[in-house]
Design a protein around this ligand. Structure first.
Ligand SMILES: *Cc1c(COP(=O)(O)O)cnc(C)c1O
Length: 385
C-alpha cells in the first residue's frame, strides 16, 4: 500500500540515535535544548519547548494561558481530535468554528459573527485554537485583528505546518499568535517518533510551559520560595506533568531538522507535479502556493464532489493506494455528541464529505506518483457524473 504520508529516515538518523544511546544521557541531557534552539531558529521564534507530543503541547498551552473551568475555547471544526481535547482536559468547554468548505481552514467571517453574538451574551472565548490544515496557514492577520477586538488568546495548531510560510514569515514565528504547536509524529513533516513542541515570543509563557512540562519543578533559585537552600534542593511550584521529550527523540529531531527544508521543498515539488498530472481529471485541486504563502504540503487534499468521495476512497484503497480522509468534524465523534448537542456546521460538513488526501511524502517516487494520478483518473472516469 502506498501510504498518504510516511517518515523519511536515513543512515544519518540512525547514527544520531545510536550516538546518543551510547552517551551519558538518554533523557534530560543536552540534546533537548539543542533541538529547541535549532527549531526556534528555523521558525524564527524566541523560544521553543520540546515535549512528548503535540497533544501534550496543546494541553500545557491551554494551562499556560490560564484556560480552565468556566472558560470557553473556540476550535476549528475540521482537525484531529487533540485540537479540541486539550481544552476539555482543563475543564473548559469547546465551541466549534466553521471552516471554509474549500480549504478546511477557519472561516474568518463566520468567526466574526460568532464573536459578536458571544459578546452580546457575555460568552466570549478565552482562547482560539486555529488549525493550519494540510500546512496551509489560516488567515492569521484577520484572526489577530479579531483577537485584539474581542480579547482572546491565539494558539496555532501548526502540527501540519513545519516549514510553512505565511506572508513571507515562517509559521511558528508567532507574529500573529501567543503560541504555536508542532507535531513530530512520523506522518508529519519531520519526526522524533512521538514528539511535539511549542514556540512563543512571550517570556512569561515560556517559563510557565517549561515548568508544566516537568512536574512544575524548578531548579532555579530565583524562582524558589525558600532562599539560600543547599545545592540538591528543588521546589515544585506548579502542578505539572512528565511531558518531556527524551534526548534520543531530540537527537533524531536535530538530525531531521538538518534536512527539513529538503523535505518541504520535495513536498512542494511533488505538489506542483500533481497539478500537471491531474489537470484533465474531474477533481478540485488544493490552493496553490504563492510567493508569500507556501504550504508545507503535509497533506495533498483534493475535492471530489457529487457524492463520489466514498466510492473513490474505496476503489483507490482496493488498488493499493492509501488515501485517507482528514477529518471527520470533531463535533461528530460520539464522545463529543454525548458531551453536548453540537450542531452540524455547513462548511465543515461540505469539506468533510468532499475531500480526500492522496499520497504525498518526500520518498514518493515519480513513478508511484504517476501511478496514483492515473489510477485516480481512471476511477473517476468510470464513475462518470
Ligand atoms: C497530529 C496532530 C495532532 C497530534 O499530534 P501528536 O504529536 O500525535 O500528539 C494534533 N493536531 C493536529 C492537527 C494533528 O495533525
Amino acid at each position: 500500500m502506498i501510504p498518504y504520508s510516511t517518515q523519511t529516515i536515513d543512515s544519518s538518523d540512525l547514527k544520531a540515535v545510536n550516538d546518543v544511546m551510547l552517551s551519558d544521557y538518554l533523557t534530560t541531557g543536552p540534546k533537548v535544548g539543542e533541538f529547541e534552539s535549532e527549531l526556534a531558529s528555523y521558525v524564527n521564534a524566541k523560544h521553543a519547548i520540546a515535549v512528548s507530543s503535540a497533544t501534550a503541547a496543546l494541553h500545557i498551552s491551554m494551562l499556560a494561558l490560564g484556560v480552565g473551568i468556566n472558560d470557553i475555547v473556540y476550535v476549528s471544526a475540521i482537525s484531529f481530535v487533540a485540537s479540541a481535547n486539550c481544552a476539555l482536559y482543563t475543564g473548559a468547554s469547546v465551541e466549534f468554528m466553521d471552516v471554509d468548505p474549500y480549504t478546511g481552514n477557519i472561516d474568518v467571517d463566520k468567526l466574526k459573527v460568532q464573536l459578536e453574538k458571544a459578546k452580546s451574551l457575555n460568552k466570549l472565548p478565552k482562547a482560539l485554537v486555529c488549525v493550519h490544515l494540510s500546512g496551509r496557514s489560516c488567515d492569521m492577520k484577520a484572526i489577530k485583528a479579531l483577537s485584539l477586538e474581542y480579547g482572546f488568546y491565539i494558539v496555532e495548531d501548526a502540527s501540519h505546518a513545519v516549514g510553512s510560510v505565511y506572508e513571507n514569515e515562517m509559521v511558528g514565528c508567532c507574529t500573529y499568535s501567543d503560541l504555536a504547536v508542532f507535531s513530530f509524529h512520523p506522518v508529519k513533516i519531520i519526526t522524533t517518533t512521538e514528539g511535539g513542541a511549542i514556540t512563543t515570543n512571550n517570556e512569561a509563557l515560556y517559563k510557565k510551559l517549561s515548568l508544566l512540562r516537568a512536574h512544575g519543578i524548578t531548579h532555579n533559585p530565583l524562582e524558589m520560595e525558600n532562599k539560600d537552600m543547599p545545592n540538591f534542593y528543588y521546589e515544585q511550584i506548579e502542578l505539572g506533568y512528565n511531558y518531556r521529550m527524551s534526548d534520543v527523540q531530540a537527537a533524531l529531531g536535530i538530525n531531521q531538522l538538518l534536512r527539513v527544508q529538503e523535505f518541504v521543498d520535495k513536498r512542494r515539488e511533488l505538489a506542483k507535479h500533481y497539478i500537471d498530472l491531474l489537470k484533465d481529471v474531474d477533481v478540485r485541486l488544493p490552493v496553490a502556493d504563492t510567493d508569500t504563502n507556501k504550504n508545507s504540503w503535509h497533506l495533498y487534499q483534493i475535492g471530489i464532489d457529487k457524492g463520489r468521495r466514498d466510492e473513490v476512497y474505496r476503489q483507490l484503497r482496493e488498488r493499493g493506494i492509501g488515501v485517507q480522509v482528514h477529518y471527520l468534524p470533531i463535533y461528530a465523534h460520539p464522545y463529543y455528541q454525548k458531551l453536548h448537542k453540537y450542531e452540524k456546521l455547513e462548511g465543515a460538513e461540505t469539506f468533510f464529505s468532499n475531500t480526500l488526501s492522496i499520497p504525498l511524502y518526500p520518498k514518493l517516487s515519480n513513478l508511484d506518483q504517476s501511478m496514483v494520478a492515473s489510477t485516480l483518473a481512471s476511477v473517476i472516469d468510470r464513475l462518470g457524473d
